[in-house]
Design a protein around this ligand. Structure first.
Ligand code: SF4
Length: 201
């Protein structure tokens, strides 16, 4: 019991002296050199304990690069999310790519017309895997105010596998950020490396 208390206070002491980084379920502690014995130093300088999956997912969740896919008014909110007030760069997603081959996230922001649908699908097919889709706004989720219209697709999930739905007409930037964070939580739970080893689809 006493040993546990001592270990806890030592760990709190280390944490207060340095930077605590959470990586998946693991906790990494960075401490100043003078607080380390030579043996501790050898360990802290050379060993990081985690899982390959956690490191891989950590990298992917914090570098989701959206392909430019503004289709209507919701795109203005998407642009606003990128700008300085909301600063999507905090999530590593500020780099909107003009090429699907450099993107792994499609944020469908706007009305999907039947004329645009095949183009949307082609761009999605050209994106890097693993790839994700966020349906932003009522139009992309379900047709929105154009429900029943002859020329509008009643939700982009009729042509693409949607991971996260962000409701609203239009959704505010806070809502889109919540959607991206939901996407990140979903990525945290994935075991993509295992899927590749097994050849799962
Ligand atoms: S959901 Fe509303 S704001 Fe967004 S594209 Fe449709 S009509 Fe425009």
């Amino acid at each position: 019991m006493k040993q546990n208390t001592e270990e806890q206070s030592k760990s709190e002491n280390l944490a207060s002296n340095g930077l605590v980084v959470r990586l998946g379920e693991r906790q990494l502690v960075s401490v100043p050199d003078e607080a380390l014995s030579p043996a501790d130093e050898a360990i802290y300088n050379n060993i990081v304990v985690s899982t390959l999956n956690a490191v891989y997912n950590w990298g992917r969740r914090n570098s989701l690069w959206p392909v430019g896919m503004g289709l209507a008014c919701c795109a203005i909110e998407f642009i606003g999310t990128q700008a300085s007030r909301y600063d999507l760069a905090r999530f590593g997603s500020e780099a909107v790519r003009p090429s699907p081959r450099q993107s792994d996230l499609m944020i469908v922001s706007g009305t999907v017309t039947k004329k645009m649908a095949p183009v949307l699908r082609r761009i999605y097919d050209q994106m890097a895997e693993p790839r994700y889709v966020i349906a932003m706004g009522a139009c992309a989720c379900s047709g929105g105010p154009f429900v029943g219209s002859y020329n509008v697709v009643m939700g982009v999930d009729e042509i693409l596998p949607v991971d996260v739905y962000v409701p609203g007409c239009p959704p505010r930037p806070e809502a889109l950020i919540e959607g991206i964070m939901a996407m990140q939580r979903k990525i945290d739970k994935q075991r993509v490396l295992l899927q590749y080893v097994r050849g799962d689809k």
